[in-house]
Design a protein around this ligand. Structure first.
Ligand code: ADP
Ligand code: ASP
Ligand code: MG
Length: 406
């Protein structure tokens, strides 16, 4: 007997027909003699609709109340999923995050899981029920409902799979698996049979929204095998697993572009010890995540400092930068939110050279200017102009021949 966690995304439970089809998949696993936990997202675009409703009422809704509202989308699908399973003659019970003791920190709208009390789920599994869990939500230590950030149902599923030591966590979605790039943007993108935790972690962090970043952090830490699979056909999808030797031969396994960043430049900062510490200390105090940072060579004791933040944090980051302007003696502060971050990822980069050169040459051939560069052992990212994002992604995908098996 195996323990299987199945997660169904919004499109996969969007209406009654799809909900019933998803329920049938759960029942198939159950009928094969497995213990099954189903994690569901809100139906279709429900989360976006709930957000719209909130902003119609108040353009600065309280984060606590937003979480109470947003969590209802998943609560609704979990009850409907349990009913769909019942109609197939199988016992099932649905739970909210709170009911299964999914405890998180108190950072509303992007809370992190701190603990899950598995007793209730284990009890119901022992009674041979399919357990259906509302994804994306938890509760903090003061009993306030929290949500895990957009796309967070993946993280609920993987965290439960880790807790239950599940044999597999199947993430059912609206694509056939993980592709070399978002198939919506790159028509030539190719489905990968396998990808390592590290590679998908980089791709997801750099904007490939196919899986939630935190879910991969969990999976890697607890060694949870994940399959990203289509819910609309019987494809086997993509296995996310530990790195195996043959993966080293693949230099670049995927590319992605994200439009979620904004750039701030502090011009004419006095070039003396402590200035960077000053500004980044203030930003950290505001819980603003800074991604790329570059500082130019100084001229006449002055330098320019550029960094990127999430677009959603831009207003606060600008306000913070302006507050410290006097202290760091910056002459001017400029912001640009019309940027995109293009990244290529592959564990083979550790042992191969010339990848950066090929990426830069490709962008140059396309007359695309590179504004910032950052690298990790297995990733190269460039900030470019937003309107060139799709063209750049397709060009890089082609240059690394990602449409063909390596
Ligand atoms: P769900 O609602 O099932 O969680 P998401 O919309 O969150 O689905 O994620 C699936 C989407 O991710 C796909 O429709 C696809 O457009 C997008 N995507 C982005 N990058 C990739 C990639 N490299 N491979 C596959 N899909 C990707
Ligand atoms: N419903 C939430 C969202 O749309 C969480 C999820 O689907 O994973 O972001
Ligand atoms: Mg998702």
């Amino acid at each position: 007997m195996k323990i299987i966690v199945q997660k169904f995304g919004g499109t996969s439970v969007a209406d009654a027909t799809r909900m019933k089809a998803a329920a049938k998949r759960a029942v198939e696993e159950y009928s094969a003699g497995n213990k099954v936990v189903v994690v569901v997202s809100a139906q279709g675009k429900m989360t976006d609709e709930l957000l719209e409703m909130a902003y119609e009422i108040n353009n600065e809704p309280s984060a606590r109340e937003l979480d109470s509202l947003l969590s209802t989308g998943e609560q609704m699908s979990s009850a409907l999923m349990a009913m769909a399973i019942h109609s197939l003659g199988v016992p099932a019970v649905s739970f909210t995050g709170r009911q299964i003791g999914m405890t998180t920190d108190s950072i509303h709208t992007k809370a992190r899981i701190v603990n899950i009390n598995g007793d209730r789920i284990l009890g119901e599994l022992t009674e041979n029920k399919i357990v259906v869990v509302a994804g994306y939500q938890g509760v903090d230590e003061n009993d306030n409902i929290t949500t895990l950030g957009r796309g967070g149902s993946d993280t609920s599923a993987v965290a439960l799979a880790a807790l239950l030591k599940a044999d597999m966590c199947d993430i059912f979605t609206d694509v056939d698996g993980i592709y070399t790039a978002d198939p919506r943007t790159v028509p030539d993108a190719r489905r990968l049979n396998k990808i390592s935790y590290d590679e998908i972690l980089e791709l997801a962090s750099m904007g490939a929204q196919v899986v939630h970043v935190r879910s991969i952090e969990f999976a890697k830490k607890y060694n949870v095998p994940i399959r990203v699979r289509p819910s609309f056909n019987n494809g086997t999808g993509t296995l996310i697993c530990k790195e195996v030797r043959e993966m080293e031969n693949i230099v670049v396994s995927g590319a992605t572009v994200s439009k979620n960043d904004a750039k701030i430049t502090l011009i004419g900062v006095s070039d003396e010890p402590g200035q960077a510490a000053n500004i980044f200390h203030e930003l950290a105090k505001e819980k603003i995540n800074v991604d790329m940072i570059i500082q130019n060579i100084s001229a006449n004791g002055l330098t320019d400092l550029t960094f990127t933040v999430d677009k959603g944090d831009l207003a606060l980051a600008l306000e913070t930068a302006k507050r410290t302007k006097g202290e760091i003696k910056a002459k001017e502060i400029v912001a640009d939110d019309k940027i995109a971050k293009l990244s290529v990822v592959g564990i083979g980069m550790r042992s191969h050279c010339g990848i950066a050169e090929k990426m830069f040459k490709t962008l140059s051939d396309e007359k695309i200017n590179i504004q910032m560069i950052s690298t990790s052992e297995i990733k190269i990212s460039c900030i470019i102009e937003e309107k060139q994002a799709e063209k750049a992604l397709n060009a890089v995908h082609k240059a690394f021949v990602l449409d063909q098996e390596q």
